[in-house]
Design a protein around this ligand. Sequence first.
Ligand code: ZN
Length: 148
Amino acid sequence: MKIPFKYKNQHSCEAVVLACIDFRFWKETMRFVEEELGIKTYDFPKMPGAAKAINECQNEVDVAMKCIGVPCDLHHVEKIVIVNHADCGAYGGSSQFKGDLEAEQKFHESELQKAKEKILKYYPGKEIILAYAKLVDEGENVEFIKVD
Ligand SMILES: [Zn+2]
Protein backbone atom coordinates (compact mmCIF):
# COMPACT_ATOMS: atom_id res chain seq x y z
CA MET A 1 0.00 0.00 0.00
CA LYS A 2 1.44 3.37 -1.03
CA ILE A 3 -0.07 6.64 0.14
CA PRO A 4 0.99 10.22 -0.74
CA PHE A 5 2.96 11.82 2.12
CA LYS A 6 1.31 15.19 2.36
CA TYR A 7 3.67 16.58 5.00
CA LYS A 8 6.89 16.16 3.02
CA ASN A 9 9.50 18.64 4.31
CA GLN A 10 7.14 19.92 7.01
CA HIS A 11 8.47 19.61 10.56
CA SER A 12 6.19 21.88 12.55
CA CYS A 13 2.56 21.58 13.54
CA GLU A 14 0.05 23.70 15.41
CA ALA A 15 -0.73 21.62 18.46
CA VAL A 16 -0.39 18.48 20.47
CA VAL A 17 -3.63 16.80 21.50
CA LEU A 18 -3.42 14.36 24.39
CA ALA A 19 -6.48 12.12 24.65
CA CYS A 20 -7.39 8.82 26.28
CA ILE A 21 -6.73 5.58 24.41
CA ASP A 22 -10.46 4.70 24.54
CA PHE A 23 -11.64 3.67 21.05
CA ARG A 24 -15.08 5.17 21.69
CA PHE A 25 -13.82 8.75 21.80
CA TRP A 26 -10.70 9.37 19.75
CA LYS A 27 -12.26 9.78 16.31
CA GLU A 28 -14.84 12.14 17.82
CA THR A 29 -11.99 13.99 19.52
CA MET A 30 -10.38 14.53 16.12
CA ARG A 31 -13.60 16.07 14.83
CA PHE A 32 -13.75 18.41 17.84
CA VAL A 33 -10.13 19.47 17.38
CA GLU A 34 -10.45 20.05 13.65
CA GLU A 35 -13.98 21.44 13.35
CA GLU A 36 -14.47 23.25 16.65
CA LEU A 37 -10.92 24.31 17.56
CA GLY A 38 -9.89 24.79 13.92
CA ILE A 39 -6.60 22.94 14.43
CA LYS A 40 -5.57 21.04 11.33
CA THR A 41 -2.07 19.77 12.13
CA TYR A 42 -1.33 18.14 15.46
CA ASP A 43 0.51 15.37 17.17
CA PHE A 44 -2.03 13.03 18.72
CA PRO A 45 -0.65 10.94 21.60
CA LYS A 46 -3.03 8.84 23.65
CA MET A 47 -2.53 7.63 27.22
CA PRO A 48 -5.07 5.95 29.52
CA GLY A 49 -6.97 8.72 31.28
CA ALA A 50 -5.21 11.58 29.41
CA ALA A 51 -4.88 14.13 32.28
CA LYS A 52 -4.44 11.21 34.70
CA ALA A 53 -1.24 10.16 32.93
CA ILE A 54 0.12 13.71 33.20
CA ASN A 55 -0.85 14.04 36.85
CA GLU A 56 0.98 10.82 37.69
CA CYS A 57 4.25 12.00 36.08
CA GLN A 58 7.16 12.45 38.46
CA ASN A 59 9.23 14.53 36.04
CA GLU A 60 9.59 15.58 32.43
CA VAL A 61 11.13 12.31 31.28
CA ASP A 62 8.05 10.29 32.24
CA VAL A 63 6.40 9.03 29.07
CA ALA A 64 3.20 11.08 29.36
CA MET A 65 5.16 14.31 29.77
CA LYS A 66 7.33 13.31 26.80
CA CYS A 67 4.12 13.08 24.77
CA ILE A 68 3.87 16.83 25.37
CA GLY A 69 7.58 17.63 25.38
CA VAL A 70 8.51 16.05 22.07
CA PRO A 71 5.85 17.98 20.13
CA CYS A 72 6.95 21.20 21.90
CA ASP A 73 10.66 20.66 21.27
CA LEU A 74 10.61 18.99 17.85
CA HIS A 75 7.43 20.22 16.22
CA HIS A 76 7.33 23.67 17.82
CA VAL A 77 3.68 23.41 18.84
CA GLU A 78 2.13 26.48 20.46
CA LYS A 79 -1.10 24.84 21.67
CA ILE A 80 -1.53 21.92 24.02
CA VAL A 81 -4.97 20.30 24.11
CA ILE A 82 -5.93 17.81 26.82
CA VAL A 83 -9.18 15.89 26.49
CA ASN A 84 -10.68 13.77 29.26
CA HIS A 85 -13.91 11.86 28.74
CA ALA A 86 -16.95 10.48 30.57
CA ASP A 87 -16.97 6.86 31.69
CA CYS A 88 -13.19 6.67 31.56
CA GLY A 89 -12.00 3.22 32.57
CA ALA A 90 -8.62 4.57 33.69
CA TYR A 91 -10.48 6.40 36.46
CA GLY A 92 -12.79 3.49 37.25
CA GLY A 93 -15.60 4.50 34.88
CA SER A 94 -18.84 6.36 35.49
CA SER A 95 -19.91 3.85 38.16
CA GLN A 96 -17.41 5.54 40.50
CA PHE A 97 -19.79 8.49 40.57
CA LYS A 98 -22.97 6.46 41.13
CA GLY A 99 -24.82 8.14 38.29
CA ASP A 100 -23.96 11.69 39.40
CA LEU A 101 -22.95 13.10 36.02
CA GLU A 102 -22.26 16.53 37.46
CA ALA A 103 -19.86 15.14 40.06
CA GLU A 104 -18.12 13.16 37.32
CA GLN A 105 -17.71 16.26 35.18
CA LYS A 106 -16.42 18.33 38.12
CA PHE A 107 -13.90 15.63 38.93
CA HIS A 108 -12.57 15.58 35.37
CA GLU A 109 -12.44 19.36 35.26
CA SER A 110 -10.21 19.40 38.34
CA GLU A 111 -8.03 16.67 36.87
CA LEU A 112 -7.64 18.72 33.70
CA GLN A 113 -6.75 21.85 35.69
CA LYS A 114 -4.12 19.93 37.63
CA ALA A 115 -2.60 18.65 34.39
CA LYS A 116 -2.56 22.17 32.97
CA GLU A 117 -0.63 23.54 35.96
CA LYS A 118 1.84 20.68 35.76
CA ILE A 119 2.45 21.13 32.03
CA LEU A 120 2.91 24.89 32.40
CA LYS A 121 5.68 24.25 34.92
CA TYR A 122 7.69 22.49 32.23
CA TYR A 123 6.40 24.35 29.18
CA PRO A 124 5.52 27.89 30.25
CA GLY A 125 3.96 30.22 27.71
CA LYS A 126 2.06 27.58 25.77
CA GLU A 127 -1.66 27.94 25.19
CA ILE A 128 -3.40 25.10 27.04
CA ILE A 129 -6.89 24.07 25.95
CA LEU A 130 -8.84 21.71 28.20
CA ALA A 131 -11.94 19.79 27.19
CA TYR A 132 -14.27 17.21 28.64
CA ALA A 133 -16.08 14.78 26.36
CA LYS A 134 -19.45 14.31 28.01
CA LEU A 135 -22.05 11.72 27.09
CA VAL A 136 -25.40 13.41 26.51
CA ASP A 137 -28.86 12.55 25.17
CA GLU A 138 -28.90 9.21 26.99
CA GLY A 139 -25.52 8.37 25.55
CA GLU A 140 -26.53 9.04 21.94
CA ASN A 141 -24.10 11.94 21.54
CA VAL A 142 -20.73 13.14 22.75
CA GLU A 143 -20.59 16.81 23.70
CA PHE A 144 -17.17 18.42 23.99
CA ILE A 145 -17.15 21.01 26.76
CA LYS A 146 -14.25 23.45 27.02
CA VAL A 147 -12.94 23.83 30.56
CA ASP A 148 -11.53 27.20 31.63
ZN1 ZN B 1 -10.51 6.82 29.10
